[in-house]
Design a protein around this ligand. Structure first.
Ligand SMILES: [Zn+2]
Length: 106
């Protein structure tokens, strides 16, 4: 089960943005994918927590850049054409993190 959870989490962070970039941003999908992968930087907010990494802590709603306010901001960024790719990556990131929360306690 842990291998499946790990695969869905990191595969989701890596593969899903690639598929979305390929579907929505051809022919420059690799650039869009790179921008979406850069949104992993929001995980720097884990450095504010103690412990920094806890596999049984749900990031969504706990860390500042994974909060409801941050997610609302990411939704707002969708309105700005120049920020749309990054916003899509940020929202995909949070969705992948949220599915990981479903595994906790199982
Ligand atoms: Zn995260």
């Amino acid at each position: 089960m842990e291998l499946l959870r790990f695969t869905l989490h990191y595969g989701g962070h890596l593969v899903v943005p690639g598929l979305v970039a390929y579907a929505l941003h051809r022919p420059r999908w690799k650039r869009a994918w790179a921008v979406m992968l850069a949104t992993w930087l929001i995980d720097l907010d884990h450095l504010l927590a103690e412990p920094v990494f806890d596999p049984n802590r749900c990031s969504v709603g706990f860390h500042p850049l994974h909060s409801a306010w941050a997610i609302a901001g990411y939704l707002g960024l969708l309105l700005l054409p120049r920020a749309r790719v990054a916003a899509t990556g940020l929202l995909l990131h949070v969705v992948v993190d949220a599915q990981d929360c479903l595994w906790m306690g199982s």
